[in-house]
Each structure stands twice: as structure tokens, then as C-alpha cells.
Write a protein that binds this ligand. Structure first.
Ligand code: NAD
Ligand code: ZN
Length: 345
């Protein structure tokens, strides 16, 4: 192996990413080295590409971006005993400490010191990635590399969707981005009765209809209340999964929930966002914020569901070789894509 590799780097504090040569990372005793096969482009990578305020405040330059990946282990550290060379894998991109109260309670995903690969630590948009062995998630033959590369956002969808019991429930998902669409597929898979997904972007609603058995509603042209009555729902939705980060979507969700309804919030509003709290109080609504994936319960559940018929492949709408990464980012920036996967082989 040469000690240089290709990597997509935030090399300058300005718009764009650059395909450069970088040193292959050296691994520590508890790490593995992963040869990357496929990666997914995330909304986070778009923030970093655009170099918006969040990115400029958060990401040190130079930084290899990317955190959605699948690959194969090519080197293991001296103290790693439960993994082997040649093992296909994906992995949790949130690097956690082991000393916080939350970690010591086994709630690793709530560790306040979490650091993200491709954001705070060198990332996965490269031929090789160094990762703590703890973060590795082995892949069975049932999960190919392109699905392996989107387990991170599928995990966001699964974590959010499994926040509340959905069996026999009517579920409203606001935002038909890749994560909202995958959450819709998960909600159906686990036995929700009606799953309605809203967006303002018709292309994405069309994609949602192709990926999952859901009722898409374009809130710019359709009345959500009419859909509720067409589906013969008596009061409203039992559970809301907010996946747009849009304030109007949250307002609409609160309005169309039953008394005592439950909301899981994954979407990230751009800044402070006004909320009509009295509506939430009088409707006795429970709200849960959702960050990342449960480590590793979400991974366990999502792999089990994928092995048992959950099918989200159609959410991948674009595939490019890494040399054509600009086309991949253009597809994401167009707002007309689902997931975009880059091939590093
Ligand atoms: P995305 O930006 O691709 O999708 C958001 C969708 O919401 C878009 O299709 C947009 O058209 C739609 N939308 C805008 N206004 C709307 C409205 N009024 N009603 C309904 N839909 C509306 O995002 P994604 O990659 O699918 O991620 C979903 C959200 O989750 C984003 O806000 C993202 O920042 C957030 N996120 C959070 C975490 C976490 O750990 N909490 C992790 C990943 C992503
Ligand atoms: Zn992601």
C-alpha cells in the first residue's frame, strides 16, 4: 500500500471540496484501517461544501469530509481482537468518550463529548479511514456496500421512527428528504396504519411514493386536513416525525396531532425558531429531540429490519465515481435527488 491516498478535502475556507492526495492515516492500538468502497453524501457535507456559518464555526481546515461509508478492514490495531482483515463493514461516525456519566450508564449516544468524523475528525471521503474498532459495524452478505454506505442516515430515520410505538398508529412525517422517506419506509415496516409524508418539493414526494407505501401530501397545493378526512382518521395523527427543520412544518404537525400525541424531532431549524408552546401544552403533546443513532441498538435494529425485508434502495437516486464528485454534489444541491452515493473502488 502506498502511503498516499485520494481524499475529498475541505482544503480552503471557501465554497467547494477538493480531491487531493493525503497521507494514509496511521492507526492506534484500538483502531482499524478501513479501505473505503462507497460513501453517501449527507446534508452535513452540503453545509461543509457551502461553507455556511455553521460549517465555518465548526469545521477546522484542512479536513477530510464525509461520515457515511462502507468498506473493508485492511489493518487492525494490536489490541483489537474481535475483528479481522477482510471483514466488510460500516461504522458509527460519532466518536464518543467512555468517562461521562452517560457513557458509563451505557447511553453512548448521549455522551456530551461526541466528535464526528468528517466534521471534527478526519472523515470517510477517502480511500482509507482510521476508525476506533469500537465504532465498527460488521456487514453481513445481505447488506451490500451501497446500502452499507447509507446506514448512517437510515439510522437517523430508524432512531426517530422507533422513538415511539408505531404499531397500528397514524403517523405524520414532515419533510420528504432522504431521511423522512426512509423513516416512512420504517414506519410501514413496523406496522403503522397510515403514514402521511409532507413536503413542498413534488419530486421528493414522488420519490417517497416509489420507496414506501405512503400518502404523499404537497402542502403548497394540498390540504392536509382533507387527507386526514379521506383516510377516515377521527381526530388526527398519533405520532409525528419532524424531518424538515421547517417551522411551518412543525406548526402544521402540532395542529394535526391528536390530544396527547407524540413528536420526535430530528429536523434541525436554521436558527431560533418560534413555537406556539401553549398549543403544545393544551394538547398535552410529548416532544423528544433525536440526535444521531443509539449506539449500537439502532444499528442492531436497522440491520435486522434490512435482513427481514425493509427495502430503502430506491432512495438512492444517483451514483457517481469519486472523480465525478462535483456531479454528485450538484445533484444534492439541486434539491431533486434522494441519496447520492460515490464509488471509491
Ligand atoms: P433534507 O434537507 O434533504 O430534507 C428536508 C425536506 O423538508 C426537504 O425535502 C424540504 O423540501 C422539506 N420541507 C421544507 N419545508 C417544508 C414544510 N413546510 N413542510 C414539509 N416539508 C418541508 O434533509 P434530510 O437529509 O432528509 O434530513 C432531515 C432533517 O434532519 C434535516 O433538517 C437535517 O438537518 C436533520 N438531521 C438531523 C440529524 C440529527 O442527528 N438530529 C441527523 C441528520 C439530519
Ligand atoms: Zn449523514
Amino acid at each position: 500500500m502506498s502511503n498516499q491516498m485520494k481524499a475529498l478535502v475541505k482544503a480552503k475556507p471557501e465554497v467547494g471540496l477538493w480531491l487531493e492526495r493525503a497521507p494514509v492515516p496511521e492507526i492506534g492500538h484500538d483502531d482499524v484501517l478501513i479501505r473505503i468502497k462507497k460513501t453517501g453524501i449527507c446534508g452535513t457535507d452540503i453545509h461543509i461544501w457551502n461553507w455556511d456559518e455553521w460549517a465555518a464555526h465548526t469545521v477546522p481546515v484542512p479536513m477530510i469530509t464525509g461520515h457515511e461509508f462502507a468498506g473493508e478492514i485492511v489493518e487492525i490495531g494490536r489490541d483489537v481482537h474481535d475483528l479481522s482483515i477482510g471483514q466488510r463493514c460500516s461504522g458509527e461516525g460519532h466518536l464518543i468518550g467512555k468517562t461521562s456519566r452517560q457513557s458509563r450508564a451505557g447511553k453512548f449516544h448521549l455522551d456530551p463529548g461526541t466528535r464526528g468524523i468528517g466534521v471534527n475528525e478526519q472523515g470517510a471521503f477517502a480511500e482509507y479511514l482510521r476508525l476506533p474498532a469500537f465504532n465498527v459495524v460488521p456487514l453481513s452478505d445481505a447488506i451490500d456496500d451501497e446500502i452499507g454506505a447509507i446506514l448512517d442516515p437510515l439510522g437517523n430515520a430508524v432512531h426517530t421512527a422507533l422513538s415511539f410505538d408505531l404499531i397500528g398508529e397514524d403517523v405524520l412525517i414532515t419533510g420528504a428528504g432522504p431521511i423522512g422517506i426512509m423513516a416512512a419506509a420504517v414506519a410501514r415496516h413496523v406496522g403503522a396504519r397510515h403514514v402521511v409524508i409532507t413536503d413542498v418539493n413534488q419530486d421528493r414526494l414522488d420519490l417517497a411514493g416509489q420507496v414506501a407505501d405512503v400518502v404523499p401530501v404537497n402542502v403548497t397545493t394540498q390540504d392536509l386536513a382533507e387527507t386526514v378526512s379521506n383516510l377516515k382518521m377521527k381526530q388526527g395523527f398519533d405520532v409525528g416525525l419532524e424531518m424538515s427543520g421547517n417551522q411551518r412544518a412543525l406548526d402544521q404537525m402540532v395542529e394535526s396531532l391528536v390530544m396527547g400525541g407524540r413528536i420526535a424531532l430530528l429536523g434541525i431549524p436554521p436558527g431560533k425558531s418560534p413555537v406556539d408552546w401553549s398549543r403544545i401544552v393544551f394538547k398535552a403533546i410529548t416532544i423528544k429531540g433525536v440526535y444521531g443513532r443509539e449506539i449500537f441498538e439502532t444499528w442492531y435494529k436497522m440491520i435486522a429490519m434490512l435482513e427481514n425485508g425493509l427495502d430503502v434502495r430506491k432512495v438512492i437516486t444517483h451514483r457517481f465515481a469519486v472523480d465525478d464528485f462535483r456531479d454528485g454534489f450538484a445533484a444534492m444541491l439541486s434539491g431533486q435527488s434522494g441519496k447520492v452515493v460515490l464509488d471509491w473502488t
